[in-house]
Design a binder for this molecule. Structure first.
Ligand SMILES: NC(=O)c1ccc[n+]([C@@H]2O[C@H](COP(=O)([O-])OP(=O)(O)OC[C@H]3O[C@@H](n4cnc5c(N)ncnc54)[C@H](OP(=O)(O)O)[C@@H]3O)[C@@H](O)[C@H]2O)c1
Length: 339
C-alpha cells in the first residue's frame, strides 16, 4: 500500500489522482476535514467521477509532527510519497518551518526505516540547489548549496529536510528526491501557494521583474515522481523544470491566457528595495504578515536558470511546454470564476 503525505495540497492531490488512475491502493493523511473538499475539486477538473475516486482513498487524520498518529498511518505501507510541507517566506514563521519541514521529514524517514518501507519519494525544491556567480551558467544537481548565501528560511528548511532524507539513505532507506521549480496547477487559487499567481495576475499586476526561474506543470511533477518510484533509481535527486522563464514572460503569458492586461512597468531593483522596506515597516506598525520580504525581493530579481538534462535523459522525457500549461490552467481559472 502507498502512503501520501500532503495529499490535500496541490502536488499531493494531483498525485493521488494519478495513483488512483493506476488502481493503486492508497492511504493519505489529512489534518482537517475542510481541506478534503479541495481534493475532490482537483479530481473534478479531470473526471466526472470525482466523488467515486475520492472514496477509494483511505484517509487517516495525522500530522507529520505527531508520531503516534503517523505510526497508525504507516501500517502495511510499502511506498511513501512525502509531499507535505509548510511553504512560507515570513521570517516569523521560521520555527514552524523548521518543525514541519525538517522535524516532520525526520519523522517520516525514521518511520520509513522502522516500518521497512521499500522506497520514499520526497518533494523538495530548486530552492535547495546552489547557483553560479555567472547567471548565464545553467544550475544542475551538482551545483552546490552555499550556506553563506542569503538563503530564504523556506530554502534553509527544505535543505535541512533533504539532509534528513540523505541521512536515512545511509541507514538503509531507498529514496529519490525531486527538485521542482515553481509548480503550476489548478484549484488552489486563493491559497498562499503557487496557484494563487493566477488569481493575482487576474486581479491585475502593474509591475514585472526581469528575474528568471524554473517553472513546471504539476502534472509533470507527479509523472516524474511516479517514474522515479517505479524505476531502479535510488538515492539521487533530480531537477524537474520544464522551462526557465522571466517573471515578465510568465506574467505576460498568464495575463494573455486570462484575457487581462499584462503588467507594463518594470520593477527595478531600487524600487523593489524600497517596497520591501516599506512593507516591513507596515507589518511592524499594523502587526500584519509581510507581503514582500528582503529575500523574496532578492529572489524575484535574480536570474537562475535550471538544467533538466539529468531527468530528461534518464527517462527520455518531454516536459509539457509552459505555453500549454498556462493556457490550460487559465481556462480552468476562468471556468471556476464563472461557476
Ligand atoms: N508549489 C510550488 O510552487 C512548489 C515548488 C517547489 C517545491 N514545492 C514543494 O512541493 C511540495 C508540495 O507543495 P504544494 O504546492 O502541493 O503545497 P501545498 O498546496 O501548500 O500543500 C502542502 C500540504 O502539506 C500539508 N501539511 C502541511 N503541514 C503539515 C503537517 N504538519 N502535517 C501534515 N501535513 C501537513 C498540507 O496539509 P493541510 O491541507 O492540512 O494544510 C498540504 O496537504 C512541498 O514539499 C513544497 O515544498 C512546491
Amino acid at each position: 500500500m502507498i502512503l501520501v503525505t500532503g495529499g490535500t495540497g496541490l502536488v499531493g492531490s494531483h498525485l493521488l489522482f494519478q495513483l488512483l488512475q493506476s488502481n493503486a491502493s492508497v492511504r493519505a493523511i489529512y489534518r482537517t476535514e475542510k481541506t478534503l473538499s479541495k481534493v475532490k475539486q482537483v479530481f473534478s477538473y479531470y473526471t466526472d467521477t470525482a466523488e467515486i475516486m475520492f472514496n477509494k482513498i483511505e484517509w487517516i487524520k495525522a500530522d507529520i509532527n505527531d508520531i503516534p498518529q503517523l505510526q497508525s498511518a504507516f501500517k502495511d505501507i510499502t511506498h511513501v510519497y512525502h509531499c507535505a510541507a509548510f511553504v512560507s517566506f515570513e521570517p516569523s514563521d521560521y520555527k514552524l518551518l523548521r518543525k514541519i519541514n525538517i522535524k516532520g521529514t525526520a519523522n517520516i524517514v525514521n518511520l520509513c526505516i522502522s516500518f521497512n518501507v521499500e522506497k520514499l519519494c520526497y518533494v523538495s525544491s530548486i530552492a535547495t540547489i546552489g547557483h553560479h556567480a555567472n547567471p548565464e551558467l545553467l544550475i544542475n544537481e551538482k551545483t552546490e548549496w552555499n550556506a553563506d548565501y542569503d538563503n530564504s528560511i523556506y530554502a534553509i528548511t527544505k535543505y535541512g529536510a533533504e539532509l534528513e532524507v540523505w541521512r536515512a539513505t545511509q541507514e538503509g532507506l531507498n529514496a529519490v528526491i525531486v527538485n521542482p521549480g515553481i509548480i503550476l496547477g489548478p484549484g488552489y487559487w486563493h491559497s498562499k501557494g503557487s496557484s494563487s499567481l493566477f488569481h493575482r495576475i487576474h486581479k491585475g499586476l502593474p509591475y514585472y521583474t526581469l528575474g528568471i526561474t524554473g517553472f513546471i506543470d504539476v502534472i509533470d511533477v507527479v509523472k516524474s515522481m511516479l517514474l522515479l518510484m517505479n524505476s531502479n533509481t535510488k538515492n539521487e535527486n533530480f531537477i524537474v523544470v520544464s522551462e526557465n522563464l522571466s517573471y515578465k514572460s510568465f506574467f505576460t503569458k498568464t495575463a494573455n491566457a486570462l484575457d487581462v492586461n499584462p503588467p507594463k512597468k518594470e520593477a527595478k531593483s531600487w524600487l523593489i528595495n524600497i517596497v520591501w522596506r516599506l512593507d516591513w515597516l507596515k507589518s511592524m506598525v499594523l502587526r500584519q504578515p509581510r507581503r514582500l520580504t528582503k529575500l523574496t525581493a532578492k529572489s524575484i530579481l535574480s536570474v537562475k536558470k535550471y538544467d533538466n538534462t539529468k531527468f530528461k535523459t534518464l527517462f527520455d522525457f518531454q516536459f509539457i511546454p509552459m505555453d500549454t500549461t498556462i493556457k490550460n490552467i487559465g481556462k480552468m481559472y476562468l471556468r471556476d470564476l464563472k461557476s
